[in-house]
Design a protein around this ligand. Structure first.
Ligand SMILES: C[S@@+](CC[C@H](N)C(=O)[O-])C[C@H]1O[C@@H](n2cnc3c(N)ncnc32)[C@H](O)[C@@H]1O
Length: 238
């Protein structure tokens, strides 16, 4: 029996940033959420270049949250004339929003017209909040969003897929330690295709150690906005 699902509660910091009372951390800053997703996750994984002229490309994300990373990736894929034939985006989320809170948080934070235009399509297709796998298809099934409502710690070891890019987007490691453990990175390594890349906004020491332990090589690069550094890299087991 899967654990009963506890949905996310929507809350906002005084500056308007959507915030999780459960984890005591923000989902995204209220300014530049799309630019942050473009910089940290797309550019951090060499996208759009890496998906160009390929039959398909698969992203695996830890923490779907508001789906800003998904919407930003989908918008970039749509805008790219050399895009892959198909885009698969797989994301694991332990505490999903309900559709109306998804709409609310998008309205409060998305500051890019092409990304905002996709928000209602996602919200209209949003599944019931039941644990397990929900497959959503868009753009004549060329884009597939596999939403897995459950705990990444128990879900990732059960998956069968080949990932080209990992988006590591849990809350800050100090507040959400279970998404940054050596065991979790080992699960990701098992799901990596040859040449798989990752990126994450954090450069915390325990994340660097867990990445190395699981066979990922990392590089520290300048972070987005006020963040001094973030990590990008590849799965390169010895
Ligand atoms: C920073 S937010 C993600 C933001 C998101 N990627 C976006 O683009 O809007 C982190 C997310 O990780 C989820 N999370 C935390 N622990 C988790 C776990 N063990 N398994 C799956 N999701 C988890 C939280 O519920 C939260 O939605």
């Amino acid at each position: 029996m899967p654990e009963p699902l506890i949905p996310a509660t929507v809350a906002f910091r005084p500056n308007g940033s959507p915030y999780s009372p459960l984890y005591g951390d923000i989902y995204h800053s209220v300014v530049g959420s799309v630019a942050q997703a473009q910089y940290v996750f797309l550019q951090g994984n060499g996208l759009p270049e890496r998906w160009q002229r390929r039959p398909d490309f698969t992203v695996l994300e830890t923490g779907f949250g508001m789906g800003i990373n998904f919407l930003t990736t989908w918008a970039a894929w749509r805008a790219d004339p050399s895009r892959s034939d198909r885009l698969h985006f797989v994301s694991v989320e332990k505490h999903p929003f309900c559709a109306s809170d998804l709409r609310l948080t998008h309205a409060a934070t998305i500051d890019d017209a092409a990304v905002a235009a996709l928000s209602p399509t996602l919200a209209d297709a949003w599944p019931d909040l039941t644990p397990g796998i929900h497959t959503l298809a868009f753009d004549d099934t060329r884009v597939t969003l596999t939403l897995i409502f459950g705990d990444a710690v128990s879900v990732l070891p059960t998956l069968q897929l080949r990932t080209d890019a990992f988006y590591l987007d849990g809350f800050a490691p100090a507040r959400n330690p279970e998404l940054w453990t050596p065991a979790l990175f080992e699960s990701l390594g098992r799901l990596a295709s040859e040449g798989a890349t990752f990126s994450t906004y954090t450069s915390a020491g325990e994340v660097k150690r867990a990445l190395l332990h699981a066979g990922f090589e990392y590089k520290k690069v300048p972070g987005f906005g006020w963040k001094r550094a973030m990590l990008i890299g590849q799965y390169l087991p010895q």
